[in-house]
Design a protein around this ligand. Structure first.
Ligand SMILES: Nc1nc2c(ncn2[C@@H]2O[C@H](COP(=O)(O)OP(=O)(O)O)[C@@H](O)[C@H]2O)c(=O)[nH]1
Ligand SMILES: [Mg+2]
Length: 287
């Protein structure tokens, strides 16, 4: 499964990934998301410590990253994922290898995380032009992805730097995404949620969006498996493969309540963040 991250350079994608992995790697919970390679895990822990203990963020404009991740559930199994991180600059550079790689990633992604900076969204002088380009690219992608299930989350970053309690602020922050929300409401293959992230002594809003796209991606996988397994019994050479598919489907069914429970806990972590989760769609069982 592939998850694509897109947002203007400096929006907070690297920060998001590190803080999301730090929260989801917590061993006290039965479902965890961790880096597949130990050096990536060390890098994530280093960046997280720098942010939380010293207030030092990753260098602005750092490299786009590709992370291989594992979702592990006690007694249910493990699933591999890849997170691919793109800055909005790819949209201004058509014809480059980077742009081609973005197009391929967008066509095949199971999950999308779209980032926008709260301070820029509220600054009338800095029209979020790049955000409009990204939204347009995602709306175009919905047509050529032709019904492929997509779990998408809009993450408004740096909300610690704005006053979310001021009237109309949340509406203003979400305004550039109205067409995306409307298109997701019309298209049952797209599940979209919007959420707000804030770094602080207790970072909030990081783990939820990542776990949400992973959860919906796994539900799609379960749906795909249950469809495939409805086909009449396979001939002997395929039998072993079928058994593996059954085993995965059973594991996915056991995983589902654990994922939902963790998502609910994460949604509860901050009353204001919970209050703005108004666009979250309900999770439907694939079976
Ligand atoms: N106030 C605040 N600043 C942030 C937050 N996340 C990132 N930043 C700032 O944004 C800069 C860019 O973040 P980074 O994660 O590297 O963005 P990327 O280019 O999208 O990967 C950092 O150096 C921080 O100064 C946040 O949640 N709150
Ligand atoms: Mg970065």
């Amino acid at each position: 499964m592939n998850v694509l991250l897109i947002g203007p350079s400096g929006v907070g994608r690297t920060t998001f990934l590190c803080l999301a992995l730090a929260a989801l790697g917590d061993h006290r919970f039965p479902v965890r998301v961790t880096a597949a390679r130990s050096e990536t895990g060390r890098w994530v822990r280093y960046v997280t410590r720098e942010i939380r203990e010293r207030g030092t963020y990753p260098a602005r404009g750092g490299p786009d990253v590709v992370l291989d991740l594992l979702l592990t559930a006690d007694n249910a199994g493990r699933w591999r994922f890849r997170c691919q991180d793109f800055s909005g600059a790819v949209l201004r550079e058509p014809g480059t290898a980077q742009a081609a790689s973005f197009d391929r990633a967008l066509a095949s992604a199971d999950g999308l995380l779209l980032f926008a900076d709260a301070t820029e969204l509220l600054d009338a002088r800095r029209t979020p032009r790049n955000i409009n380009d990204i939204v347009a690219a995602l709306l175009r992608a919905a047509t050529y992805r032709a019904g492929r299930p997509t779990a998408a989350a809009v993450v408004v970053t740096k909300t610690d730097a704005v006053d979310l309690t001021r009237p109309q602020v949340t509406a203003q922050l979400l305004e550039p995404f109205r067409s995306l929300v409307a298109s997701a409401r019309r298209d049952p293959s797209i599940q979209l949620r919007t959420s707000f992230a804030a770094v602080g002594p207790q970072p909030v809003g990081f783990a939820g969006p990542l776990l949400w796209v992973l959860t919906l991606g796994l539900l799609s996988r379960a749906r795909e498996l249950s469809r495939a397994l409805r086909v009449p019994a396979a001939a002997p050479p395929y039998h072993a493969a079928r058994q593996a598919e059954w085993a995965e489907l059973i594991a996915l069914n056991e995983l589902q309540p654990l994922l939902v429970e963790r998502l609910v806990e994460l949604a509860d972590e901050h009353p204001l963040i919970r209050a703005v989760h108004t666009h979250a769609t309900t999770i439907r069982s694939p079976l």
